[in-house]
Ligand binder design. Structure first.
Ligand SMILES: [Zn+2]
Length: 417
């Protein structure tokens, strides 16, 4: 790594430095990024951690990943809340760090690449929605998006970044990351949970309707042109009711129809995510002028985008409430498998386990297991299964091969050679 960061930064906005070498005598890992932001330079390091167990490369890598992720989140938030530098390189902060021939990558890589500048956001969004990237780049009110980001808390912005990068822990993502055995939606327990499903799940219809009514009231309070207000709320509602086949039952005037078509071409999923067509913003601006109002179309769009993001955030919060404040989380984690395995162990009896220690655990009545709390069930199986495994006498069941279930009750992962 160069000693003179200023020299390196003279001509470029950002660069990745270091090759990930770990210098034991200096306690430093030479990998990281240098970012030149609008308000000055920032040195963001990706290493420097001293592992407690120097041989334990796994925990070292894990720790380094966490550090890199935290910085990555800061970078993402920073660059979505201020105008992006014009010559900003896509490579910033997303390079792979190598330590002893192991690659260190950040989970947030896709999130970062898609928030760095308008083009990457649009390219990325185009991939998700199929809407042309060129159209998005030209026609989206990106100033309003940026202002909306700027006025939000770090927590809310992190949510939006994750939402747009499809990085939220939805059922589908959790299964893909091998953190869950089910991809089902915790609200309806019928469909696989994706972000589109989150926004359109039939089980949360009533909650959504309340939010839509609030949205309508809010849009009215901004002195939105009545036809535009009706079009937006009806369009969003029809998409949420059926993402495959939204129909907008609004009689639009001849003047407004092309403007409405433009927004419709961007798509309602994009609209909910904060992509508002410039023609919509212009038309609202003209309306304000007619009212002799000092309000602007750009500010109007900023408020609408903020409200839409809040709406999605509330739906995510409601989904989390349904998952965690009910028995659903136990059900999803594997309550059924747990009860089955307890029954299997009870029917096998003590076998090689020492009677003096374990016999009272086997006085459990198999028919009343369901009355016990989930915690008690987990503790019971953890105790018995650990002992069985120590005696090399574990039965073959879900807990003998599924690490997600094992972690849930506190068993170590299966050792694979
Ligand atoms: Zn659902």
């Amino acid at each position: 790594m160069s000693d003179d960061i200023d020299d390196l930064l003279r001509d470029i906005a950002a660069l990745c430095v270091g090759d990930g070498s770990y210098f034991e005598h200096m306690d430093i890992c030479t990998s990281g990024w240098i970012i030149c932001s609008n308000d000055g330079m920032q040195w963001i390091k990706g290493g420097g951690y001293i592992p407690c167990l120097e041989n334990d490369l796994n925990s070292y890598r894990e720790h380094l990943n966490c550090i890199v992720d935290e910085y990555a989140k800061e970078i993402a938030t920073h660059f979505f809340t201020s105008p992006p530098p014009t010559d900003f390189s896509r490579e910033v902060g997303i390079s792979t760090i190598k330590i002893d021939a192991f690659n260190i990558t950040s989970n947030l890589t896709p999130a970062i690449t898609s928030v760095l500048d308008k083009r990457t956001v649009c390219d990325y969004w185009s991939e998700i929605t199929g809407v042309s990237s060129a159209l998005l780049q030209q026609d989206i009110g990106s100033t309003s998006i940026r202002r909306a980001r700027k006025e939000r808390s770090f927590k809310q912005n992190r949510f939006i970044t994750k939402l747009m990068a499809n990085d939220l822990p939805t059922g589908k993502n959790l299964v893909q990351r091998q953190h869950s055995n089910t991809s089902l939606c915790p609200c309806c327990k019928m469909a696989k949970e994706s972000i589109v499903h989150l926004l359109s799940c039939p089980a949360t219809n009533c909650f959504r309707e309340t939010l839509l009514t609030e949205l309508d009231t809010f849009i009215a309070s901004l002195e939105t042109e009545p036809q535009l207000r009706n079009f937006l709320v009806t369009g969003i509602r029809s998409w949420m009711d059926n993402p495959d086949r939204g129909i907008i039952p609004v009689n639009l005037s001849k003047d407004f129809l092309p403007i409405a078509s433009n927004q419709n071409n961007i798509g309602w999923y994009s609209t909910i995510s904060g992509f508002i067509h410039k023609d919509i913003i212009r038309s609202q601006h003209t309306y304000y002028n007619q009212l002799h109002s000092r309000r602007t179309g750009t500010a109007w769009a900023k408020h609408v985008i903020t409200k839409l993001w809040n709406m999605t955030y509330q739906m995510w919060a409601e989904r989390n409430r349904l998952l965690h404040n009910t028995s659903t989380i136990d059900e999803f984690k594997g309550l059924e498998s747990l009860e089955l395995s307890i029954k299997i162990e009870l029917s096998r009896g003590l076998r090689s386990l020492p009677r003096s220690i374990y016999s009272h655990h086997f006085r459990l009545d198999p028919d009343t297991i369901q009355d016990l709390s989930t915690e008690t069930k987990k503790e019971w199986l953890l105790l018995i299964r650990s002992a069985r495994e120590a005696h090399m006498d574990a039965p073959v069941d879900e807990f003998s091969h599924n690490d997600i279930l094992r972690e849930w009750i506190g068993l170590d992962p299966i050792k694979r050679t």
